[in-house]
Design a protein. Structure first.
Length: 106
């Protein structure tokens, strides 16, 4: 069974709304315990690392020599991270195990 999360909208009788919401929350919580990564986890992780280890997205791009500037950075950051590190997970792990290899450490 896949743990992929999808958003669903349904029409239910008003008397069943609270019951359905409680059921949906229990399913979501059960899934979160097995895989806490919800929608946007990767973007949040990248931006947190950029802020903590480099001082911001602009500084992270400059440190890596990535050419994008301004609003282009937002559209290209995941692509650049994957090109340079192989995956977002590898990017996270690299900064967890080698925090001194970042711009702020130098």
């Amino acid at each position: 069974m896949s743990s992929r999360i999808v958003k669903v909208s349904v029409r239910v009788p008003a008397t069943k709304k609270d019951e359905l919401l409680a059921l949906a929350n229990s399913w979501r919580n059960a899934n979160f315990e097995s895989d806490p990564r919800g929608p946007g986890w990767d973007a949040k992780a990248i931006h947190d690392i950029a802020r903590i280890h480099y001082g911001g997205l602009r500084e992270m791009f400059a440190f890596h020599g990535w050419p994008e500037t301004g609003s282009q950075m937002m559209r290209q950051v995941q692509k650049r991270v994957k090109q340079s590190y192989g995956s977002v997970e590898s990017f996270i792990e690299r900064h967890r195990t080698n925090p001194n290899e970042t711009a702020k450490a130098g």
